[in-house]
Design a protein around this ligand. Structure first.
Ligand SMILES: Nc1nc2c(ncn2[C@@H]2O[C@H](COP(=O)(O)OP(=O)(O)OP(=O)(O)O)[C@@H](O)[C@H]2O)c(=O)[nH]1
Ligand SMILES: [Mg+2]
Length: 308
């Protein structure tokens, strides 16, 4: 079978998760063995340890139990096929169409410190610029030292423009940037923000203020509020996503660092538990290491038996 290069890159990015899943499953299914209760428990354990979450893993195993009689010989491939289609069915949502209607289309990127906001903004800029769009980045992290320079580097790499303002209040930078984008007919504006925890009231208030300024300058904006979640933080990522989305409106997630975890199941857990779709995934530190989240491809890559 010929895979698209995007799928190959996704598989490479998810190679740790894949090894984790398939190695453990293959150990269970050596030779033709009848299915036992212990094997079902072990499969459940594999799912849980891959960050899919206890509740969902239990449901999946209940389904397996109904479909595969105990004490009968079962092939690993049929179990894997069952798991794949079960996961895909559970996570299928309306596919997001990447339609950009408004001009400027405003994307606000928020999240906890170090989860990959600035890097993901560089990747998003690259993605839109490849589509021929004009992209403006806004240095709305005026909090952390060197944050502006970091965004500047991503602007250069991707070919996006940048609006920054030294020692300014983030909402004032955002205001200036949006005015300028409006006047110049820029298509996509992506706003970087400082890392914050849901417990930091002053910083969460600041985010509110940014949202208000955006709305005031461009009614209907932000068109997307994206929350970055670091996949390597496992179930903590799920907690973060829940806490954050309770305080500020979040349209979808950018799940970062999936290349750095053996537990790729967190995408499934977040989808299942929070009903906030994962729109993008990050699978590396380079500009091109971004993919639109595609449930089928993702599950396929997660379970692919390694032969490389
Ligand atoms: N492997 C890998 N690393 C990533 C990915 N996305 C981001 N990183 C790394 O994660 C680290 C933090 O990324 P930043 O983009 O600075 O995160 P941030 O959320 O902007 O951080 P603050 O502004 O400090 O809150 C950097 O070392 C990035 O290279 C990814 O998809 N894969
Ligand atoms: Mg940053």
């Amino acid at each position: 079978m010929i895979f698209s290069s995007a799928l190959n890159r996704l598989k490479k990015g998810l190679s740790r998760s894949r090894t984790h899943f398939t190695n453990r499953l293959s150990k269970l299914f050596t030779g033709s063995v009848p299915l036992t209760e212990e094997m079902l428990e072990e499969i459940e354990e594999i799912l849980i340890s891959a960050d899919i979450g206890v509740e969902l893993s239990t449901r999946i195993i209940d389904g397996l139990r109904k479909n595969f009689p105990l004490n009968q010989v079962v092939e690993m491939e049929s179990v894997v096929e069952f798991l794949k289609s079960d996961l895909v069915d559970r996570m299928r949502v309306d596919q997001h169409h990447d339609v950009i209607m408004a001009r400027p289309h405003v994307i606000l990127v928020v999240g906890v410190n170090g989860t990959g906001k600035t890097t993901s903004i560089g990747k998003l800029a690259h993605h839109y610029i490849k589509e021929g769009k004009q992209v403006l980045l806004v240095a709305g992290d005026t909090f952390r030292a060197a944050a502006i320079e970091q965004l500047e580097i991503w602007a250069e790499r991707s070919g996006a423009e940048l609006i920054k303002k030294a020692a300014a209040d983030p909402s004032s930078v955002v205001y200036d940037a949006l005015q300028s984008a409006k006047q110049r007919g820029i298509e996509v504006v992506i706003i970087d923000t400082a890392g914050r925890l849901h417990t930091q009231k002053n910083l969460m208030d600041e985010l509110d203020k940014i949202q208000r300024v955006v709305k005031r300058v461009i009614p209907g904006a932000p068109h997307e509020t994206v929350l970055t979640i670091d996949a390597t933080t496992g179930q903590n990522g799920l907690i973060q996503a829940r806490q954050f989305s309770e305080i500020t409106p979040v349209d979808h997630l950018f799940l970062t660092k999936l290349d750095g975890t053996a537990k790729g199941g967190i995408a499934i857990a977040i989808h299942h538990n929070l009903d906030i779709p994962v729109k993008y995934i990050g699978i590396g530190e380079q500009l091109g290491d971004i993919q639109a989240f595609d449930v089928e491809k993702y599950v396929e890559a997660l379970f692919e038996v390694r032969n490389d």
